[in-house]
Design a protein around this ligand. Sequence first.
Ligand SMILES: *[C@@H]1O[C@H](CO)[C@@H](O)[C@H](O)[C@H]1NC(C)=O
Ligand SMILES: *[C@@H]1O[C@H](CO)[C@@H](O)[C@H](O)[C@H]1NC(C)=O
Ligand SMILES: *[C@@H]1O[C@H](CO)[C@@H](O)[C@H](O)[C@H]1NC(C)=O
Ligand SMILES: *[C@@H]1O[C@H](CO)[C@@H](O)[C@H](O)[C@H]1NC(C)=O
Ligand SMILES: *[C@@H]1O[C@H](CO)[C@@H](O)[C@H](O)[C@H]1NC(C)=O
Length: 458
Amino acid sequence: MKMIQTSLCILVVLTVSGFPMMESRVESKKGIEYMAMQCRKHKAVLTDFGAVGDGKTSNTKAFRDAIAKLTPQAADGGVQLIVPPGNWLTGSFNLTSHFTLFIQQGATILASQVESEYPMIPRLPSYGDARFASLIYGTNLTDVVITGNKGTINGQGKSWWLKYRSGGFNLISRPLLIEILYSENIQISDINLVDSPMWNIHPVYCKNVIIKNIKIDAPIDSPNTDGINPDSCTNTLIEDCSVTSGDDCIAVKSGIDQYGIATSIPTQQLSIRRLTCVSPDSAGIAIGSEMSGGIKDVRIEDVTLINTQSAIRIKTAIGRGGYVKDIFARRFTMKNMKYVFWITGSYKLHPIGFDPNALPEIRNINYRDMTADNVTISAKLEGIKKDPFTGICMSNVTMALSPTTKKLQWNCTDVAGVTSRVKPEPCSLLPSKGPAMDCHFPTDKIPIESVVLNKCTA
Ligand SMILES: *[C@@H]1O[C@H](CO)[C@@H](O)[C@H](O)[C@H]1NC(C)=O
Ligand SMILES: *[C@@H]1O[C@H](CO)[C@@H](O)[C@H](O)[C@H]1NC(C)=O
Ligand SMILES: *[C@@H]1O[C@H](CO)[C@@H](O)[C@H](O)[C@H]1NC(C)=O
Ligand SMILES: *[C@@H]1O[C@H](CO)[C@@H](O)[C@H](O)[C@H]1NC(C)=O
Ligand SMILES: *[C@@H]1O[C@H](CO)[C@@H](O)[C@H](O)[C@H]1NC(C)=O
């Protein structure tokens, strides 16, 4: 935890928004202030590398040249690459260590719609799929910041969605906007992401990750446009994000079936707080369905969900193996929900060659202090026969039903747990323990929550 020690030496207090707003005419003289895990000794501007911000000229070479030429400076005290106002069309490029990509207000990185601009890269060990590199890609790095004062990355996903819908890319994963593998000390903050071809942000096999003040938008009918997918990562903080999307706002993962079991890297020490989400056909926070490397110690709090299919949805199946345990959620405010609580033990999506004897373990799932308005179904909790999901706890939850609500409000099979002060009345598998019980929520912090960001200047 070298990063944390270094950061703690410099005492800078975070503003509530995490980012001080500045007038743009002040920027040119004083620079733009921003908060980051690390400030940089060197600075360069994208136009130094021949980039043209007209929205038409390809800047793939400019981005790739910039990173290649700045890598020696990055090794000498770090470097920041400024993306100035303009529309910067580009294909995939790779990040380097000790590097900050700063996307200024008024700047949009436009993702190329040309497939050959995205190299094919090897499958992830914990998944089976062939795939395109993401727009912004990084592997085996340390100390990377992607930030701005509300600059934008536009995935221009429409052509990818159309091709996917007409049967293309069935066995190939479309480009993500940001994917970072095998890396540590990563910050992604204060930018807007729109219209990703697929998932938006995917840290995988990473340690010490901060994702904050991100606004993600994709049409609510766009395919697989997950917001943020922490995957086989340790010590991750996701805070103050707002997601409107066609798929899960956040999806916590750790690999699928035989691939995830063999890789066996869990997602653990994850804190999600102050999330706002709109996702009519998916979850506020999905856990799984890819959970074969295990998911544990997840804390989720202060979440607002509007027009969302379910709050937290745990998804698994026979064949997944792995576990989902020690999940803690509190203070959710929800409006217009199809389901509030949803656990699925029969999620049908398997790679060829999965092990039908690999049973997942689901236990110690805690939900408290929640209200929901206009709910169609309070809970569908479906465990697995001979592999019940246990230790489910719900306390102080009030759900108001919609006029068209279903008669069966709680459909519980193969689950066990307890409740207290939950309305409407839970199923018999989750008996009330009387009014005095509260489900557990940890009082300690995960390490990344104590990191203090530094005030830097772009
Ligand atoms: C980025 O790095 C990956 C993995 O090392 C590599 O396969 C890919 O070709 C690189 N992309 C570019 C644009 O250099
Ligand atoms: C990245 O790190 C992983 C895990 O340590 C290793 O297996 C892989 O070979 C590394 N890749 C590169 C390009 O260094
Ligand atoms: C209740 O939610 C449904 C969608 O689940 C929506 O169509 C309806 O307009 C909502 N009603 C109110 C009063 O917000
Ligand atoms: C019950 O939950 C609500 C939020 O939904 C919260 O305001 C209230 O303080 C909780 N009550 C107790 C006794 O914890
Ligand atoms: C309840 O859930 C079980 C298991 O998922 C399902 O088979 C059954 O159809 C559900 N019942 C109703 C009335 O929805």
